[in-house]
Design a protein around this ligand. Structure first.
Ligand SMILES: [Zn+2]
Length: 297
């Protein structure tokens, strides 16, 4: 598709601007809106969108996957990090940039990776009906998801909580004791009991779970604007609820608590209530306007 073709589009209703995989930025001279797409839209991933709405709009909003969200100021532009759910439809998905009563639609292609299937063997108690305490634990986790700061606590990229190999990738189909149970909504990192685990980025601890049935000892960190990272199956947590942590700060040690087959760290990320691949955040380009902008003059 020719980039030149985009210039012909007018700001009328929700005119759609198709993006293909090679194009990360589109300038619409008619409207003054530039959309920078800094991550590729992969189901289970994230989409970092930066809007240059100068001359058109102050504080644009975005609708994506049927949800309306405000953007945040980022230099001269406006920025938002959006989840791409595992269950998102493949192909074209509509992203709308709103300003007052006006809007522009962008067609963002989403593709699905092939996910592998793994057989796991855990103690039989984990495949039977869960014990009553799970309901109370689940409520505490829901409370943790509700405590998000308005605005990011971070301005540097995410880093891995342990420098080690991945033993189970995000999205893997999981068969527990022969029964297909769920998708793996995090990444498992290999290691021994006692290996230090650090915060993937700056944030505030919203929950330290004490030997919960599924997560074991776990730490939940809010990074702001509905973005959380979680660290499960720890032998020990070294932080307390409400505590601010820095990127790379030790928060606990790897263990084998909760539903596990052996010692490892389950590292997860939730954005807007949707589980996404935490490794999409590691290495996420935060300055799309510098690195990915396409000029077509
Ligand atoms: Zn896991």
């Amino acid at each position: 598709m020719s980039v030149v073709g985009f210039f012909a589009l007018m700001l009328v209703g929700s005119s759609e601007v198709p993006l293909d995989h090679e194009i990360q930025a589109v300038r619409q001279d008619q409207s003054g809106v530039t959309l920078y797409r800094a991550a590729e839209a992969r189901a289970g991933g994230v989409l970092l969108v930066e809007v240059d709405a100068s001359g058109w709009c102050d504080a644009p909003a975005i609708t994506w996957m049927r949800r309306w969200r405000p953007t945040r100021r980022a230099g001269d532009n406006w920025r938002i990090l959006l989840p791409v759910p595992l269950g998102a439809a493949g192909g074209s998905n509509l992203l709308r940039v709103h300003c007052g009563r006006e809007e522009i639609g962008f067609s963002v292609p989403v593709w699905h990776d092939a996910f592998s299937e793994t057989q796991l063997h855990v103690a039989p108690k984990y495949t039977r009906k869960p014990p009553p305490r799970v309901a109370a634990e689940s409520r505490r986790i829901q409370e943790a998801w509700r405590q998000s700061n308005a605005g990011w606590f971070w301005d540097e990229p995410f880093s891995a909580p342990v420098a080690t190999r991945i033993t189970s990738a995000f999205g893997t189909q999981r068969v527990f004791n022969g029964k297909l149970e769920s998708r793996h909504l995090g990444v498992d990192l290999d290691g021994e009991v006692g290996t230090p685990v650090v915060a993937a980025n700056a944030g505030r601890v919203t929950l330290t779970a004490n030997n919960f049935f599924y997560t074991g000892n776990a730490v939940f960190i809010d990074h702001g604007d509905q973005l959380f990272s979680v660290y499960f199956h720890l032998s020990q947590a070294n932080v307390r609820e409400g505590q601010m942590v820095n990127r790379g700060q030790r928060i606990g040690t790897m263990g084998r608590t909760g539903r596990v087959t052996g010692p490892h760290l389950h590292f997860g990320v939730k954005l807007d209530g949707i589980d996404v691949d935490p490794f999409e955040l590691i290495g996420l380009e935060l300055e799309p306007s510098l690195s990915r902008r396409i000029t077509n003059r």
